[in-house]
Structure formats: C-alpha cells, structure tokens
Design a protein around this ligand. Structure first.
Ligand code: PSU
Ligand code: MN
Length: 303
C-alpha cells in the first residue's frame, strides 16, 4: 500500500472481502456547496450509498495523509472550513503530503486516491472540463487528463455549461475516454437533462455499466465517464440557468479571476443568482448519482 495512504477500517474490510465500495470527492463539500448544506449532503450521500448496498469512502487529504474514508467529524471539518482548505488537484498532492497539510480532492485527485486504494467507482455532481474561452486562456481541467489515464469509473450528471461542452467532449475523445449516457443518448448538462450534444454510448443498466468497466480495465484503457441525467422533477428551466451562467461568466472575466479559482467562483455565483433553486437541484442530482454508482459497484463486485 502507498506510504501516504490511510484506508478507513470499514473501507479496508470491504475491499479485502470484495464488497462494493464507492468513492466520493471532498472539493464538492469545501468548494462546491455552502455550509451547512454541504455537510448534510455529504452525510446523506454516504447514507444513500449504504442503502444501495455499498460502502462509502469519502476521499480527502488530512495532515498530509491521503484518506480513503472519512468520519462524520472529518466531513464536518471540511464543510466548515470551506474554501479555506486547499483545493488539491494532481499537481498539489506531493507538496501537500510532504508538508503535512490538508487538501480537498477534486475529481482528478479523488480518482488517483481511489485507484491507489483499489476502489473502482466514484460518484460526484459535475466534472471539470474545457472552459469557455479556453482557446485563449488554455483553462482545461486536470480532471480530463485524469479520466484519460486512471482506471476509475466516474458517475456524474454531465457538465455545467460554465464549460464549453462541445470542446470538453472533443478533449475526452482525444484522451480516449468513453462518455456513456445512462438511459440517454444525449449528454446531460448538470441542471438540465439535455445539452444538444450526443454521448458515445447509451447504457441502460448497472450490470451493463459494470461489464463495460470490466472490459475497459482488462485492456488497461484508463477511466470511463458515466453521465446520469438529473431526475426530471428536479431539473431547472434552461432559460433561468443559462442566464445565471452567462452573468457569472461575465463577472468572472471582468474581475480577472483565473486558474483554480474560476470553477469555485462560477459555482458559488450561479447558486447566488438562482437563489436556492440551483443548490436544491445540485443536491438531488448528487443523490441520484450516488445511488447509480452504488448499484453499479454491486454489479462490479459480482464480476
Ligand atoms: N463542477 C461542479 N461542481 C464541483 C466541481 C466542478 O459542478 O464541485 C469541482 C470538482 O471537484 C471538480 C473541480 O473536480 O471542481 C474542477 O475544478 P477545475 O475546473 O479547477 O479543475
Ligand atoms: Mn482550470
């Protein structure tokens, strides 16, 4: 086992005995949602994973240790500290561990740590991607590179249109990442079920997801992305969300915000501009993804 990694005893026991485990990220807690909804959501997501037959492993860096599985107190700590915690992507792991610091793991680092621990599947809300205007800023999330190289299945609700969804799909194609629509042929756009862009494959059951992942691993082809549309009853009106996103991006550019601050700024601003509505949708889609990931982990454990 990696010398920087600590696996929670319950997670370690599940992995040793071949029981299903689902990883969860911590940047969504510290930087993706406000306190206290972030903590309530993180705890409820763990509960949903248990109800669907798997063991949850929320991933984070605490005192320079890579943690696969957090206690409720540790989740509370990340939720309360919020953006004061270092947002940790691939480039940050080594220095944070060497210095003994804390870090909130993004999709990229959650995949890395999940893979080190032997966890195959990870549920979240949205992934990072190619930002609008990336042809001049070169702002492309390290999440996409990680999907290309690390053999973990990531279950999300597509990507927010704070990103350029067309360019994000092009980049994933270049990196060889299969983009799967769960029960849909169209890429979901996080708050809405449709984006106007197609996925590579439609898959309708957790069993078939598990089989596809098994084949992906057998050929050492890297990660897989499952995009699971938000349930109809929690989706947002497209015009409302588009307007908020356009305004948030304009403000982000006017303020000269860039680098790792961009995504947290846009997420927080969109939530403010839509009142509580987008946060409520965000929470519901994460629950939906957690349930699908747990059901898929159960099928993976049978193969
Ligand atoms: N998109 C969301 N919610 C999130 C994130 C993205 O809808 O919480 C977080 C995830 O942790 C993701 C990270 O991995 O932002 C991407 O940040 P960046 O664009 O700086 O790579
Ligand atoms: Mn970026």
């Amino acid at each position: 086992m990696n010398q920087y990694l600590d696996i929670h005893p319950e997670v370690a026991e599940a992995l040793r005995t071949g029981k299903p485990v689902v990883a969860l990220e911590s940047t969504i807690i510290s930087h993706g949602m406000p306190y206290p909804q972030n903590v309530q959501t993180a705890l409820q997501v763990e509960e949903i994973i248990r109800e669907n037959g798997a063991v949850p492993a929320t991933i984070a860096i605490i005192g320079g240790r890579l943690k696969a599985g957090l206690s409720a107190d540790e989740i509370e700590y990340f939720g309360k500290k919020g953006t004061a915690i270092h947002k940790a992507s691939r480039r940050d792991l080594a220095v944070l561990c060497a210095r003994g610091e804390d870090g909130a793991t993004t999709v990229a680092t959650t995949m890395i740590i999940a893979h080190m621990a032997g966890i195959k599947i990870f549920a979240t809300g949205g992934i990072g991607g190619v930002h609008r205007g990336a042809e001049t800023t070169m702002d492309i999330s390290a999440d996409l590179e990680e999907l290309g190289r690390t053999p973990v299945m990531v279950v999300c609700a597509g990507a927010k249109s704070i990103l350029d969804l067309g360019l994000t799909l092009e980049y994933l194609e270049t990196k060889g990442v299969p983009v799967i629509g769960y029960g849909t042929e169209e890429l979901p756009a996080f708050y809405t079920r449709q984006s106007g862009f197609g996925v590579d494959y439609r898959i309708d059951t957790p069993e078939e997801l598990a089989k596809a992942y098994f084949a992906q691993c057998a050929m050492a082809l890297g990660g897989m992305l499952v995009t699971n549309p938000i349930p109809e009853e929690f989706a947002m009106p497209k015009d409302v969300i588009d307007k908020a996103i356009d305004q948030a991006i304009a403000e982000c550019n006017a303020k000269g915000i860039h680098g790792k601050e961009t995504t947290p700024f846009l997420l927080a601003r969109v939530a403010e501009l839509t009142g509580g509505n987008s946060l409520a949708s965000n929470i519901r889609l994460v629950y939906n993804n957690a349930a699908l990931a747990a059901r898929t982990a159960v099928e993976m454990a049978k193969l």
